[in-house]
Design a protein around this ligand. Sequence first.
Ligand code: ZN
Length: 344
Amino acid sequence: MPFDHILGQKPAIETLTRALASGHVHHAYRFEGAEGVGKELTAMAFAQALLCSADEPLGCGTCDVCRRVVEHAQTAPHTPLHPDVVLVSRGLYPPETLGGRKETANISIEQIRRVVLSRANYPPHEGRAQVFILRGAEQLSIGAANALLKTLEEPRPATYFVLLTARPDKLLDTIRSRSLPIRFGPLPDEVLTRILGDHEVAADQVASIVELAGGSAAAALDASDPELGGPRERFVTQLLGAVDAPNLGAAIALSESLGRDRFELVDDLRAVAGAYACEARQAVSDAPAAAEMAARRHRIVLDAIEAVERNGSAGLAVASLVASLRHGWLQRPGKPPPIVIARR
Ligand SMILES: [Zn+2]
């Protein structure tokens, strides 16, 4: 069955399979957990179970319906081939689908109206259920969330929602209260090792990648991909170098070189946070002071990620992050570092 392919998330899978087997499936689930731990894979397996044509309560994974749930269109938007599985995701649909509006910062009310409500108010196209999967549900704009509320609370029969989020604290209370949480934990090292092995990552790289991945298969695979891992690794090295540099020159140069969008920067900063978390873990028994510093820097990076997500300028955020990391370390150990804006 499709759920067998999901590794390292036993409690979450048990909750869902119990509900499916008993026929008591809730109409709106909220999968909470870091990026890349299997939330979307599980949502797809859940959709297969609800739609499977083989009379298999947990889905057979092989019938035509199950196949079309997980196969995505070759061309953009890369949505599932099965018309009753609907993906909602910031920036997934072209402006012409959204009334000419381009989505950048959040999931717009247009996407909810045109992609979700236009279908959720009618029976499924061909299957026995319809499933709406919202990636990054915390990115719903306030208008989009409000437009969704009524349907989320009381959908038509056989209509299900799965909200995926790595930041449940950012969800509006009204959305949280209308969905049932299921926790997804970080993946154990042995699961990451197995996933990297399945992707034929060189054995001598596996241990160091696993260490930095922080329990995320996506982070591990990104790090093992020369196309993605290269630039990200370079960014992490440059940022850590800028923290230790004699002056702020390197930080300013790095911040000025950032042409990327801020969501990409957030992923890069998560890798920096992972590096400090790893440093803290390694130093904890032999060098408690260094471990404490690394833990404090980890916290500073997480704060910066939040600032960037709140719409900060990427360049400014990086410059002030480096200044905070340096300041916290060099001058005011033990105290929360102030936000220092780097000047030219
Ligand atoms: Zn099937």
